[in-house]
Design a protein around this ligand. Sequence first.
Ligand SMILES: [Zn+2]
Length: 133
Amino acid sequence: MRTTEATSLDPARTNLGYLISISGVTMTIEDYLADLTPGCPLCGTSETRQSRRELRARDLQRRITQLRQRLEDIERSPDEINRLRPRISDMCGTCQMLMTCISSPTDAAELCERIRKQITDLEEEINELARAA
Ligand SMILES: [Zn+2]
């Protein structure tokens, strides 16, 4: 899912309390816009989502899902690294770290190892959020 048509809207200027219903799912307009924000090419996160506490857990879960998907992609096709590398500057800080010194498909095993570790870290963060709630 990658929609960019609404990204020119400034989420800060939208009415936060306004509820919209899309495909039977009701959410605030801000949540909806956060969902549309094109995020990090590797894990899919965006600053909009990370900065809002109530979106944080959902963002973490989404990142885990997307990273697992990427992990499968890279394991199946190490050439995926050649597609990801030019997009490093669009990535979030965490993923830029994951990509450090990953320069060719021969680094696939190392990258997969780092992504697996990252998924574990994100899962721990979700557990901590759940405990704090
Ligand atoms: Zn990322």
